[in-house]
Structure formats: C-alpha cells, structure tokens
Design a protein around this ligand. Structure first.
Ligand SMILES: [Zn+2]
Ligand SMILES: [Zn+2]
Length: 340
C-alpha cells in the first residue's frame, strides 16, 4: 500500500465480514484496481518440502487487472493430485507450494473491464489460464492448451508462482471464473470443479449408454461374470494398478479412460488391446464451458455431492485419511471459518 495515489483510508476487503463487503460494494467497483493492491498479503497453507506437510505461509497477491476478479475463498476441495504435488510426485514441486484447485469464493473486487461478475457473487475456479490462440483454445478445450496455467505450482503470465485455494483469497481472469448457481450451496459446488467435471467431460459422449449395474472390482466372481460386457470404463485410480482385469471387462471397441494421475509408469499387454480393438486413453478435467454446464445441471436437478467438511487445521490429517480411502467421498476445507 505504498505511494501511487491510493484512496485515503482504502483497505482491501479481504478480511471483511459480508456486511462490510456489501457496504463497500460501490466504492470497490469504481476504484481502479492498481490503486489498491500493492503489498496485498494473504495467508495460505503451504508444503515446504517433499514430506508434503502443510503449514501457514504468507504471500502477496498480484494487483487485480482490468479483466480480473479478486475473491475471498470460502471453500476448497482436497484432491489426490494435491497430495501428489505437495510430495513432489508429479511435475516438479516449486516450494513453498499452496495446493487446492477446487476453489469456491465470494467476489470482493472486480477490474474495470469485468462485465460478467460483481462484488458479492459466488464463483469458482479450476485452471486459470491458457494461450487463447492454439487449436485446443479455439475449439473450447482450453484444458489441453500446452500453455495452460494450472491453479498452483505453475507460473502466471507476470512470472509469479501460482498458489492454490488453500488460502484466504485469489485473483483470476474472468474467462476462467465460473458462476456458482444460487440454488447450489458453495460447499456442494466444490467437488464438481475438478472431480465432477473430470468424470462429466469424458462421459458426455457415452451419455445415452445408461448405467444400471454396480460392479465391485474386488469381487472376483462378479468380475468374471462381467467379462466383455462394458462399453467404457472411467479409471480414476491415482496409483499404479494392473490394467488387465479392467481391459477384460470391455466389449470389442471398448475404452478405458484414465483420469487419475499416477506418479509411476503403468503397464499393459498390447495383446489385451489388439485382440479386442480396445483403447486406453486419458482425459483432463473439462473445459470452462463444460464445468459451467455441470454446475448448472447439478443445481437444476437438485443433486448432492457427498462431502466431509473440515477446517484448515485438520488438513494434514485429511491428507492422511484420504490416502487410506477414509473419506466418503470428498474432503472440503471450510476456509472462511478457519483460523488461517
Ligand atoms: Zn492454447
Ligand atoms: Zn483435481
């Protein structure tokens, strides 16, 4: 908050209560963002080394650009990828690393060119940038852009490290900000932003197949009976696992779609594919458009996400429990009411 003719007495709304945010709404929207943001400090919980243990970490947010939105984080989901990243098991971790890529918050400031959002809106964020010019970007599949910018453990266009949603606030370009429908509770929207859309995007082409049988892979007799019966399998397992039992379940021309990031190479026998014209492929989250479509669909149908809401000081324990499958089915951090 030094120099550059800032408005006297002006403060960021980051620590404000909701009422105060509303009181200041009008002023927040008209004051040029460059006058507000220098030295804007926030608190996140960061991993410092491959132990992956998280602890409080102070860092600065960039200025809110003309097309950007600043939001106070309310809730953030805990994904297995967060654990992998904190432990330096996929990509190379840039410590201190604040994870979290299923982020829901309340807008506290908008840039002068932002038309889609206003202060007080409940919004969500997954990936936060792409080049805008490549074939993927131009065909609304920006998640496959080679220059996509991930929520954290990545570098923003201004050269600063990106930090995720296990923190008090975030700035994002309006094109990567999602509208959380009013009918949907913010914490309910959280798992849709990665886990939900990761399933939704690759399954859309199969949406008329239907699904009415539940198969437990640890039950050998059931698995045997289901041989050559499936059109596709969405494989969400985030650890090395044998492919053969699953490939054998597919019909001719069937597909396994991998969506769980595995830290080590997976193996399969080419004969298992060749003899049934089978495919193993991958899929990454979904596009911004698909994510919005899923959020709206969820709200319209009144669907529920199965979540366990915990406070930030429980996060290391939550990682531990997630690792031994002791959560049904998603941990959601209640950031706004945690003491960061
Ligand atoms: Zn691109
Ligand atoms: Zn994820």
């Amino acid at each position: 908050m030094r120099g550059r003719g800032r408005v006297p007495g002006r403060k960021s709304n980051l620590g404000s209560q909701k009422g105060k945010v509303n009181d200041e709404r009008q002023r927040t929207e008209v004051v040029a963002s460059t006058e507000l943001m220098e030295g804007r400090s926030v608190v996140g919980w960061a991993a410092r080394d491959p132990s992956g243990l998280l602890s409080p970490y102070h860092f600065s947010l960039r200025e809110t650009g003309p097309e950007e939105v600043l939001f106070k984080i309310l809730f953030c989901g805990i994904d297995h990828t967060d654990l992998h990243q904190c432990r330096n098991q996929i990509h190379s971790a840039n410590y201190p690393l604040v994870p979290g890529h299923e982020v829901v918050g309340e807008v506290v400031e908008v840039g002068s060119e932002v038309k889609k959002f206003k202060v007080g809106d409940i919004v969500g964020v997954g990936i936060i940038g792409c080049c805008g010019n490549c074939l993927s970007c131009k065909s609304n599949m920006e998640q496959y852009c080679n220059k996509r910018i991930l929520t954290y453990n990545d570098t923003y266009k201004d050269g600063t490290p990106t930090q995720g949603g296990f923190s008090s606030a975030m700035v994002a370009h309006q094109n990567f900000v999602l509208r959380i429908p009013e009918k949907l509770a913010p914490e309910q929207a959280v798992p849709l932003l990665c886990a939900g859309v990761t399933a939704f995007s690759p399954l859309k082409p199969f949406s008329d197949c239907g699904a009415d049988v539940f198969l437990v892979s640890s039950n050998e007799a059931e698995m045997q009976r289901a041989t050559s019966s499936l059109d596709y399998i969405l494989d969400t397992i985030p650890a090395v696992h044998p492919m053969e039992p699953y490939l054998s379940l597919l019909k001719v021309d069937g597909k396994i779609i991998l969506v769980g990031a595995v830290a080590k190479p997976q193996q399969f026998s080419s004969l298992d594919l060749i003899l049934g014209k089978k495919t193993i492929c991958g899929s990454l989250i979904g596009s911004i458009g698909e994510t919005q479509e899923l959020l709206d669909f969820w709200a319209e149908k009144g669907l529920k996400s199965m979540i366990e809401v915990v406070k930030m000081d429980y996060v290391n324990k939550a990682f531990e429990r997630m690792e031994c499958n002791d959560v049904r089915y998603r941990f959601v951090l209640d950031i706004a009411s945690s003491d960061l």
